[in-house]
Design a protein around this ligand. Structure first.
Ligand code: MN
Ligand code: MN
Length: 471
């Protein structure tokens, strides 16, 4: 009997629970690591805020903008205040390939429409019209406290940043849902995805009419404009070009009695942005291969746009990196550099939710607290639209994780034909590099409050660092 147990241990694969396997020291390190992560989540609720955070952090870490970096081995570039690449140059020529980790810093949210403000004639409440961004369940955004984060470029070119609802003294906003008592016909008869009409996701903005002329036409709307003009110097026309994002108000928190989990907005995919940036900052300075962290925007709407991963930005950065390193950077050399490169598409995966286990096939799904997931493919309907990593590269990554004592697991996104989704992996693979998806599991992905395990956050950090130092 004992011999059978030994044999089983030797021959079978079993994913390991971090909290069972890790040393006390490692467990403490994992709990401790999330303190910085929560602060990052609080400071960065939008892609622009994430970039602002890293511009400051990069300076502290001794990184320089590639244009003014001379011979520095630590360089970065920010593009349009919404995406960035960070590089730590290694000993080997860049033309022999880089090790790149790409994550995204945009998250599903609700934007203000370009012409947002109106006074509802029936109620005389001041309201803001919205247009959601990315894959949300619309009903989740109703009747929950919201904050406004945004950038307004005034006619004179001046940039105004706004953030209302995060300070405890700030007011918050809400898109009021319908009371159950009267929801029988217009909500309960509908499919869940249609129960809240996107055009009805209007946010209550204010309710007091302009005090100096309470009976004026649309005096409540006028008062909102007066208050905005007093505080920010803006007019209604300034909204037409602005980018204002509505996100859940409030801070990331520990979750669970044992504080083993983190609850917070936008962890898809700022969890990978944070852990990959920490990995490059903490990596040994004399790496063999050049390490790059790429923080991309627009993943949640298909990686399009000039700040998304499909844009030429990262390729252009690698070309300039070749030049910076004193190497040829003609088109052929650049292509070879890309083909020789290795990429981790660092994005979250769906952890098995104990309330809805039926959408997963347990042995191939991500388990919360069992470490970072190495995900060979995503996609839907027979791996459609998936990168599907090569066995050689997949095996190489696992070997590194085993050697570096990284808690990892394999993880597919749901049952076959259950649904599906994609990541940036396939866009990076278009350039010929080896690419695999690798990131932690999340419960309640794309909800306002995503849940992650401190074990998996820490394991992702360890995985990314091991990749930079060993791949
Ligand atoms: Mn994602
Ligand atoms: Mn997502």
């Amino acid at each position: 009997m004992k011999k059978t147990d030994e044999l089983r241990k030797k021959l079978t694969y079993e994913r390991k629970n971090f909290w069972k396997e890790a040393s006390v020291k490692e467990q403490k390190a994992a709990l401790n690591f999330s303190e910085g992560y929560k602060k990052f989540l609080d400071a960065c609720k939008t892609e622009r805020e994430s970039i602002e955070f890293y511009v400051k952090e990069l300076e502290k870490q001794g990184y320089k903008e590639i244009e003014n970096a001379e011979k520095s081995k630590k360089v970065f570039r920010v593009s349009r205040n919404k995406n960035a690449a960070i590089a730590l140059i290694g000993k080997k020529p860049i033309s022999e390939g880089v090790n790149l980790i790409v994550s995204h810093i945009d998250a599903p949210r609700v934007d203000l429409k370009q012409n947002p403000l109106f006074e509802d004639s029936g109620t005389t409440l001041g309201m803001m019209r919205t247009h959601y961004y990315g894959g949300i369940k619309k009903y989740q955004w109703m009747s929950t406290p919201l904050a406004l984060h945004g950038t307004i470029i005034k006619n004179n070119g001046e940039t105004v940043k706004i953030c209302i609802g995060e300070d405890e003294k700030d007011p918050v906003f809400i898109m009021p849902d319908l009371l159950p008592h009267l929801a029988r016909k217009i909500q309960y008869t509908k499919k869940i995805g249609e129960a809240v009409d996107a055009e009805k996701m209007n946010m209550v903005f204010n309710s007091i009419p302009y005090p100096k002329d309470k009976d004026a036409k649309e005096a409540v709307k006028l008062n909102a404009l007066v208050l905005l003009n007093e505080k920010y110097g803006i007019t209604e026309e300034d909204f037409l070009s602005a980018e204002i994002e509505i996100v859940p108000a409030g801070k990331a928190r520990d979750a669970g009695l044992d504080r083993s989990l983190v609850l917070g907005y936008g962890q898809d995919d700022r969890i990978c942005a944070y852990t990959s940036a920490c990995a490059i900052f903490d990596a040994k300075e004399k790496l063999d291969k050049t390490a790059i962290v790429y923080l991309a925007d627009k993943e949640e709407i298909g990686s399009d746009g000039n700040t998304g991963a499909k844009s030429i930005f990262i390729i252009d950065f690698i070309a300039d990196l070749l030049k910076h390193n004193g190497e040829a950077n003609d088109s052929s050399t650049l292509r070879k550099a890309l083909i020789n490169s290795q990429v981790l598409s660092a994005d979250v995966n769906a952890g098995i939710n104990p309330n809805f286990p039926s959408v997963h096939e347990k042995e191939n799904a991500v388990h919360i607290g069992f470490g970072v997931s190495v995900t060979k493919f995503t996609g839907s309907g027979g791996k459609g639209g998936s990168n599907d990593a090569n066995a050689e590269f997949n095996s190489k990554i696992i070997e590194i994780y085993n050697k570096e004592n990284v808690c990892w697991q394999t993880g597919a996104l749901g049952k076959v034909d259950e649904g599906g989704g994609g990541t940036i992996a396939k866009f990076m693979a278009e350039h010929g590099a080896e690419v695999i998806d690798c990131g932690p599991g999340v419960l309640g992905m794309h909800s306002l409050y995503e849940l992650t395990s401190k074990a998996d956050i820490y394991s992702s950090y360890k995985a990314y660092k091991a990749f930079f130092e060993n791949a």
